[in-house]
Design a protein around this ligand. Structure first.
Ligand code: PEP
Length: 259
């Protein structure tokens, strides 16, 4: 049984106060007092400046909520203006990082090779680990041209080739059709399930046991109204939520759909 993961991607939104209040309110909504363990994992990915605030807030309320970054640099340190290293994330108590979000690929030109390098860097650090969530997905043009599976296969292969299949024991995947991100248009549960099943089949060519255990989240206009049906699909192990994660009540409702 794969444990579900519900992750919030706040993108370039929020503030210190928002991060702090969100953590305590979400914890109250999901984790009764005294804090009970959750049946699924919950992750908040605020913008870089608020990672420390969110981590401290989690610690303060003794919550099981995890904190993640939206991207990370592949190098240990050096003259990389504006970038953030894995060591810095570890320093702030960050346990996850998105890697290869479509906005990073499209707006900042991150290639499959760069995404693979970031993934390799993430799985290479331990004590504490920073678990990568490898994001992948096709554009509307690629879907219309019948290229969904070939695009996904290429995005996945570049990471498997660089990191090795065993690395997926320390990682999660998010399938995010680009045409569904921030558009209000959601893949139907059947469309999403079909791609998730394809991703698992690609992984199983290298390792059946890993293919079976890797969590594959769906992302793309997940909302309280569609979350339960998406999460009930056989190969969908939770969600990566953008817009609907900025409101604590709406995000809590999405989390509860994983119960
Ligand atoms: C995302 O940014 O990862 C995302 C899925 O956004 P939205 O939920 O707004 O479509």
């Amino acid at each position: 049984m794969r444990r579900k993961l519900i992750a919030a991607n706040w993108k370039m939104h929020g503030s210190s106060a928002m991060a702090q209040n969100f953590v305590s309110e979400l914890s109250l909504m999901l984790e009764k007092s005294p804090v009970k363990g959750l049946a699924y994992d919950v992750l908040l990915c605020p913008a870089m400046p608020y990672l420390g605030v969110a981590s401290s807030a989690v610690e303060k309320c003794g919550s099981a909520i995890k904190v993640g970054a939206q991207t990370v640099n592949e190098f240990e340190q050096g003259a990389y203006t504006g970038e953030t290293s894995l060591g810095m994330l570890q320093d702030l108590g960050v346990q996850y990082s998105l890697v290869g979000h479509s906005e990073r690929r499209e707006i900042y030109g991150e290639t499959n090779e760069l995404v693979a390098a970031k993934f390799v860097a993430c799985v290479g650090v331990t004590d504490p680990a920073v678990r990568p969530i490898l994001c992948m997905g096709e554009t509307i043009e690629q879907r219309k041209a019948g290229q969904t599976e070939s695009v996904i296969a290429e995005q996945l292969a570049s990471v498997i080739n660089a990191a090795g299949i065993e690395a997926f024991a320390k990682a999660d995947i998010a399938y995010e059709p680009v045409w569904a991100i921030g558009t209000g248009e959601t893949a139907t549960p059947a469309q999403a399930q079909s791609v998730h099943q394809f991703i698992r089949a690609e992984l199983s060519k290298k390792s059946e046991s890993l293919a079976d255990s890797v969590r594959i989240l769906y992302g793309g206009s997940v909302k309280p109204v569609n979350a339960a049906e998406l999460f009930s699909q056989q190969d969908i192990d939770g969600g990566l939520v953008g817009g609907a994660s900025l409101d604590v009540e709406s995000f809590a409702a999405i989390c509860k759909a994983a119960e």
